[in-house]
Ligand binder design. Structure first.
Ligand code: CDP
Ligand code: MG
Length: 140
């Protein structure tokens, strides 16, 4: 086990419903420290660039429109095994498949509007953190 950092996004469906605090409580009560955080409104171009790995998939256009539809909270979470720990806390992409107690089970509206994003590997965590933050903006 090593201390890692991962990129999390509280998505528009959750910021619209004022769920930032409740989602952050899940992180803070389960071993993850919020070491950087900001609330921003993504442009369509920024959303396309962030999710470029999904370009060409049937859900890509809807995903991009959704992510640019309202503010998001982007954050860096730090802790033991943070990448996998965050994915566990998030639950499955489709909330109907998500385990009880996970963020998506508790809050997600649908497979698309599923409240949170989390990096899925060390490589994507590094890319995604540097997409939103520079080193001076992150402090443990
Ligand atoms: O977010 P996660 O890593 O769990 O899933 P993904 O496969 O990387 O997909 C990224 C995002 O695209 C999801 O979180 C959904 O918001 C959206 N998506 C969708 O709308 N429909 C799908 N069939 C798959 C993903
Ligand atoms: Mg993903």
């Amino acid at each position: 086990m090593t201390v890692q950092r991962t990129l999390s996004i509280i998505k528009p469906d959750a910021t619209n419903r004022n769920l930032t605090g409740r989602i952050n409580t899940v992180f803070e009560e389960n071993g993850l420290r919020i070491v950087a955080q900001k609330r921003i409104r993504l442009t369509i171009e920024q959303a396309k660039a962030f999710y470029k790995e999904h370009d060409g998939k049937p859900f890509f256009d809807g995903l991009v429109q959704f992510m640019a539809s309202a503010p998001v909270v982007v954050q860096v979470l730090e802790g033991e095994d943070a990448i996998a720990q965050n994915r566990r806390l998030m639950g499955a992409t489709d909330p109907s498949q998500a385990e009880e107690g996970t963020i998506r089970k508790m809050f997600a509206l649908s497979k698309g509007e599923n409240s949170v994003h989390g990096s899925d590997s060390e490589t994507s965590a590094a890319r995604e953190i540097s997409f939103f933050f520079n080193a001076l903006e992150i402090t443990g």
